[in-house]
Each structure stands twice: as C-alpha cells, then as structure tokens.
Design a protein around this ligand. Structure first.
Ligand code: F6R
Length: 602
C-alpha cells in the first residue's frame, strides 16, 4: 500500500528518500515520486513502476545544503497508475503526499474547480495542495492555511506538505492512516512505518489520530483538537539485519525457511514446562468473558478460522469468526461478555482497525494478535500478544500465518489453563506437541527438491482444489490463497466433505486436487472424499504421513502424533508448492501483481 517518507535537514535528501521508499517497497506500489525544496530550488521527480525507474530519473541530481523533502510510493486507489497520478502532487508552489482516502474529495474538487483551479491528476490527494494554496493565497500564513485545509478533509489520511512559502518547514497531519516522526540530533524524519528510518533516527514519536503540526529547525510543534500538545519520544531500534534476503532467491522463500526458528521466538517465555504464561494479559483479563469474536482479513482470517476449532475444543468457549470488511457493515449484535480479538500481521489493515474501533465503541474488551508493535491496531487494543515474526517482506504472507496460528493455540491453552477447564494430562500433551513444532517446520533439501521437480506438472489445467477437514480446511483455504496470489492460477480451498455437494462436477484430469490427509484427524473420512475425486479422474497430489495408492503425486509428511504438528508441516508443503509453481511461471514472487503488503484502504 502507499508509503510516505519525509526529511528535513542538511543531509543528501534524494538518497534518504529513495532508501526510505525502498524499505517500504514490500508493501506493494505502482508508482513513486519525490519532491525537494532547497531555498528557492524546487525539484520533483516521478516514475511509474519500480523504484529503479525513479532512481534512473534522478541519477544526475543531488541535493546539497539545508532543505525539505517528501517522497511517496503509490498504490492506485483513485485514478490509474500514471506519472500524473503519482505523488507528490504539485500546486503552484507547494507539494503534498498522502496515504489514505479523502472521502469528500469530489465535493472539494468541484468547489475548487468552480473557483478556477486546474487539476492535473484524477487523485483525491491533489485537492489537499490546492486547498492549502487557496487559503495561503488569502492569508499568506502557511501554518494557518494548512490547519484550515485539514479541517476540511473527511476520511483517512496521513499527509506531508512542503511549500516554497515556508521553505524551512514540513507540515504534517495524521488521521486514520499511520505516520511517525523520527529524530536524530537536529534532523527530523517522517515515515508511514518505522523501517525507512531505522538506522537513521534514534528516537521516534508515533502520531495519534487527529494530530497535526509542523517541523522546523529540528523541532516539532504538535496540535490536536484541544490545541498545542506535548509529546514524548521513545527510543527506536537500530536492528536492520532482518531486512536482508540472506542468500535466498526471494524474501518469501527466506520467510518460509525462517519459520522453524521464528516459531521458537513466538513461544519463548510463554511455554514454561507444563504451564502457559502470557505476561501481556492481566490476571483478570478474561473475567466476565463468555464468548470470543475474532475479526481479520485474508491470511490472518484463515488463522482465525483455524483457531475457532481450537478455542471451542480446548476452552469450551463459543468462538465466532468474522471477515472484517463484512463485519463492519452487518450491524452485528455485540455484547460485553464477548472478547473482541483482531489478528493482523501489519496492524494497519483498515477494515480490521475499523472493526476494532466499532467493537470498542460497543464497549467490548479487545485483544490484538499482531506482528508490528506500536501499529495502529496495537495502539487501539486493550491488550496485545505480539507474534514476533520479524519483518515480513514477501507480499504473500507465510511466517505471519504460522506465528499467528501458534499464538492462537497458546492463547486457547492459556484460557483453558486459567479457567481450569483442561486436565494436566491434556495440557502436557499439547505443550509437548508445541515444543516439537519448530522441527515440523524445518524445510529439508529433499522436500524442497521434490516440490521443485513436481511443480512442473502443475502449470496448466483448469484449476486447483485444496481440500481438508477440521483445522485442515482453513489450511486448505490458505494453501489456495498462497497459490493464487503468486502463481495467478485459479485455486480454491474447500471442506473435503463438501466437494460432492457441487464442485465435484468440475472433476476431470485437468482438475488438480491438493489433498491434506492428516493421520490424526478424520483420515478415513478424507480418504473417501479423495477417492470420490480420483474415481472422476481428478489429478491428485496427496500430502499425508500415510501412503495413498490413488495419488498421482505424493508428499509423505513425518510428524503424525498431533494434528497441529501435521498442520504446520503440511503448511510448509503448500507454501513451497505455491513458490515453486510460481517460480516456473516466471512471476514476481515477492511483489505479485495487483497486491499490496499492507491494505490501509477499505
Ligand atoms: C495474503 C496476505 C493478506 C493479508 C491481509 C491482512 O498473503 O498477506 O491476505 O493477510 O491483507 O493483512 P494483515 O494481517 O496485515 O491485517
């Protein structure tokens, strides 16, 4: 999704902006641009496509001396991905970048047009810069004009504005989209997440909704609706090592391999002998709670679906799962005996965040399961359990799903333990399985090589069905989503028992069925479902610890003592299958077409 970087100071600004935007690349974008004002020297560069195009355009340009600068990667919402629609947007003497959506832009645009203002782009963002100049032309006071501008905006925004009228100042505002300010001595940085400023700034302030102000002479003047506001900076980590590919071909590949190590970090300090500890939660956190409602999008939704089986089975508490974008508009019945759980890798997904705000307004207690500390969802929640997956750069989520599912499993056991609804023996069995999860997630050369070879038979056909039962049904949904995202082939996840209620009509030798056949969960049932497909000549890739004669291809898994171990091992197989098919198809693995890493628009 769109990314913002800003810098005010004496360092070379072009490199700071381009490096910062590079760090945000993984979020997905289709054009990029920068604007720099040094005294009276004003420079603006834009390019569609990858950042290397913008680098090429700016190769003969260097900025020196004091200046103000802003940059942006755009993921098109209003208007096509063209240079004219790329940010920064120019008025007569000012530039603006913006993330989010200005909902009343059409009204504002019509008003400005009727006053004779010309628009170059189809974007909602351009209205900001023209509004600013309209007010500035009247008052000649830059901050006053900026303040007036943002009072006119409805919707979600994080925005930076620079103007020749105040060539030593960056104006900023945040409402509903993330934005932070980094500090290092007299230098001030802005960004839509902390990765662009790690290693540059030493301290950070995460702006709250409704805050705005300006940066000048190394200082921030901050306001909200109550007037001028004090703020406290916090230390910013300097660890950037996680952002490297470590010799893997793709971030996604690296992240699949990392899962074994990372899952141990997710468990660290939370699994103690035969007890579960979640220090993040107050002792009375679950008091009065008799139901769980989990809300998420995409892959995070699939981990929620998985957990519903675990919660009801282990904790005996009712658990409903909601797709955030549906939940928001269905006028849900919310009662305050329900704990509202959101799951989000980024912590910035607009629909999930808004669903959380709705639940809070209805008086529900909230818990988020998130990978990004200080993200909007984390800050909005009463409590958070961090998944500790590290930065996930591949747009197709892998390790985030694994760690979310692990946290949810831990949480289910924790609730059961606190409510004394689980026996010592069962808790011991669960913890024992948990401890073996890192092994089940190891990618062996043999497995990877086998999937590489096998993938060549799955490049055509008229579609894939991933099928499974119980927790392997959400895993089937996730396997299909992974394949769709990066191969662009049609794939569906389906409950195995439902195939005969319709989809089996599609079965022929060009229908590829990926059958998740765990030994520990309804093996005989899924076996007969797969046999029905085989009888109709579907091509079957079976994933199971038990040999299966009717399979055209077979991946034998090793861990067969607990459903969750089978789940995690099969998850890796489906991830690698999607990867290898997509590599053969020559696709951009880390940045698949049309996708964004963090979906900060509805
Ligand atoms: C798929 C994927 C998306 C995200 C979804 C929610 O690989 O990454 O489906 O899971 O956009 O994002 P988060 O988890 O950041 O809220």
């Amino acid at each position: 999704m769109c990314g913002i970087v800003g810098y005010i100071g004496t360092k070379e600004k072009k490199e700071i902006l381009l490096d910062g935007l590079q760090e945000l690349e993984y979020r997905g974008y289709d054009s990029a641009g920068i604007a720099i004002i040094e005294g009276v020297k004003l420079n603006n560069f834009k390019a569609i496509g990858k950042l290397k195009n913008l680098r090429e355009k700016t190769k003969n340009y260097t900025s020196d001396g004091f200046g103000i600068s802003i940059g942006h990667t755009r993921w098109a919402t209003h208007g096509k991905p063209t240079e004219l629609n790329a940010h920064p947007h120019l008025g007569a003497y000012s530039y603006v970048v913006h993330n989010g959506i200005i909902e009343n832009y059409q009204l504002l645009k019509d008003e400005l047009k009727s006053e004779g203002v010309g628009f170059l782009s189809q974007t909602d963002t351009e209205t900001i810069v023209h509004l600013f100049e309209k007010y500035h032309n009247k008052s000649n006071k830059a901050f006053e004009a900026f303040e007036k501008t943002i009072t006119k905006l409805e919707g979600a925004y994080a925005t930076l504005l620079i103007t020749e009228a105040a060539a030593d100042t960056i104006f900023f505002a945040k409402n509903g989209s993330p934005m932070l300010i980094g500090f290092d001595k007299n230098e001030v940085y802005f960004a839509s997440s902390d990765t662009p400023i790690i290693g540059k700034a030493t301290e950070v302030y995460y702006l709250e909704d409704g805050e705005y102000g300006y940066a000048k002479e190394g200082k921030i003047t901050l306001f909200n609706s109550d007037g001028k506001k004090k703020f406290t900076k916090q230390a910013l980590t300097a660890n950037k090592a996680l952002a490297q590919k470590d010799g893997y071909r793709f971030f996604m590949e690296k992240e699949i391999y990392e899962q074994s190590r990372i899952i141990s970090e997710t468990m660290m300090g939370r699994i103690l002998d035969d007890t579960i500890a979640l220090d993040e939660l107050d002792a009375n956190f679950f008091d009065g709670i008799s139901a769980l409602k989990i809300c998420a999008c995409g892959t995070s939704y699939h981990s929620a679906l998985t957990s519903a089986y675990l919660f009801e089975r282990i904790t005996k508490i009712r658990c409903d799962i909601e797709i955030a974008s549906e939940f928001r508009y269905k006028e849900p019945l919310l009662t305050d005996d329900t704990l509202f759980i959101t799951i989000s890798q980024s912590g910035e997904t607009a629909d999930t965040l808004e669903a959380l705000k709705m639940a809070k307004r209805a008086g529900l207690r909230s818990l988020s399961i998130c990978n990004v500390d200080n993200s909007s969802i984390v800050r909005e929640s009463d409590a958070t359990i961090l998944t500790r997956a590290g930065i996930e750069k591949g747009v197709a989520s892998t390790k985030a799903f694994a760690t979310q599912t692990m946290v949810l499993w831990i949480l289910a056991l924790y609730i059961a333990q606190e409510r004394k609804s689980i026996s010592k023996e069962i808790l011991h069995k669960e913890v024992d399985a948990m401890i073996h999860t890192p092994k089940a997630l190891i990618v062996t050369d043999t497995l990877h090589e086998k999937l590489h070879r096998l993938s060549k038979r799955y490049l055509h056909g008229h579609g894939f069905f991933f099928i499974g039962r119980d927790i392997f049904f959400p895993l089937a949904l996730e396997g299909a989503l992974k394949l769709k995202e990066i191969s662009y082939l049609h794939a569906e996840g389906y409950p195995a028992g439902e195939m005969k209620h319709g989809p089996i009509a599609l079965a022929d030798s060009e229908l590829f069925t990926i059958a998740l056949m765990p030994k520990t969960m309804h093996y005989e049932k899924i076996k007969s479902n797969v046999e029905e497909l085989s009888a109709r000549d579907a091509t079957i890739l079976a994933i199971s610890p038990l040999p299966f004669d009717l399979a055209d291809d077979f991946i034998q898994t090793k861990y067969d003592s607990h459903p969750m171990l089978e789940f995690f091992e099969m998850m890796v197989v489906t991830q690698l299958l999607a990867l290898e098919i997509s590599v053969r198809l020559g696709n951009d693995i880390d940045m698949p077409r049309n996708l964004a890493k963090s979906v900060t628009v509805e």
